[in-house]
Write a protein that binds this ligand. Sequence first.
Ligand code: AMP
Length: 450
Amino acid sequence: MTFQDLNLNTPLYNALDDLGFEYPTPIQAEAFNVVASGKDVVGIAQTGTGKTYAYMLPILRHLKYSTQDNPRVLILVPTRELVVQVVDEIKKLTEYINVRTLGVYGGTNINTQKRAISEGQDIIVATPGRLFDLALSHVLQLKSIQKLVIDEVDVMLDLGFRHQLLNIFDILPERRQNIMFSATMTDDVDELISDFFVKPQRVTIAVSGTPLHNIEQQRYNVANFYTKVNLLEHLLHDIDTYNKVLIFVGYKKLADLLFDQLEERFPNETCVIHSNKTQNYRLRSIEQFRSGENRVLIATDVMARGLDIENISHVINFDTPKYPENYMHRIGRTGRAEQQGHALTFSSEKELEAIETIESYMDKSIDILELPEGVEISKELIEEERPQIRERYNPTKRKDEDAPGPAFHEKKDKNKKENLGGSYKFKIAAKYKKPKTKGDKNYNKRNKRK
Ligand code: AMP
């Protein structure tokens, strides 16, 4: 396929010619018609796959010339660097189109940005925080936004921007096209999609250059966390084979838990990266792993984004990723540069469904290995593995403050509030069969005598 096969226009063809791009990348080819259709889109693609043009080409193809001041396209990205990069890419593509693009991000003078906005813009590329500040100041009007692109959503959510995104959704016109790109699917991303997207079309490409043919894929059925730790310990004792091991886990808490276990068994051989660690800590961990000072690196999906470390002997999926794209990303860290790579996946019974999904996605089955002799099967369970005990009613612990919980059942008839006007005395009397008047002087006397 060439760009001629896509329904572009002369200014875009000219820009692509200047850039020297002949062929659309797979994500560009896949996404073009879907984005152009105006439907909500979820694209799964890594940085470096050409994803910026995957959404920009169809958007620019259909963006009409306008003299109105309010922007019509909003692109949200997680970092300033990305704002600069995306603006730069758009500028190259709009060399022959009369379109105004502005990048805004925090940490710089907001007044300069306000002035630029008031001059009128078509496309705004922004980090969420600064965008919201600008919108609140009313200099930036979002009422004409037709297309919202959220790029690198997984990173965005991992950096804690969820709240800001929701604030922004609130002030955007309801009728708009949502386009989202993420390198990996995570539960957070999934939740955001199901909450705010209307029947999104999914566009996925396998990780570019994932050399499936030179990655040996195997898996173990392992009952629970501590048995997985025992298996890992058993494998890691073979230092020659397991000489550079990248271990993936699904969430931060599990990363820390596993780190503590390995640190006990193999002191100073392991490092860990996840989004709660500081930037310095993460960089140091990656460096120590890269240089070989540490043999094992534990990482969460999002943090391992774009990690290009040579000679990883094994990728170990300590848990089984729910989304096959994440599995592909994980195993693609080994077997780079045409070397033989090894990927091992540990799955508990609950995770076997995910294995099926992965296998059908790859159209390839993963070989099962027997648990090696001597690996002890643990009965101990971590919190997440224990059966959930459901509390029936605890008035001090309510998950959703606004939801009517069990305390707000319909009152019984006899407790329903009524107008207790004049007939109250008689009602009470009938109910409790008390003396008819308060002032029965002989009442106490009579009772005393008894
Ligand atoms: P991205 O994934 O959007 O960060 O793009 C990665 C790089 O690929 C950028 O430097 C783009 O300029 C470049 N690129 C995008 N599309 C193409 C293409 N069709 N052919 C060659 N390079 C491309």
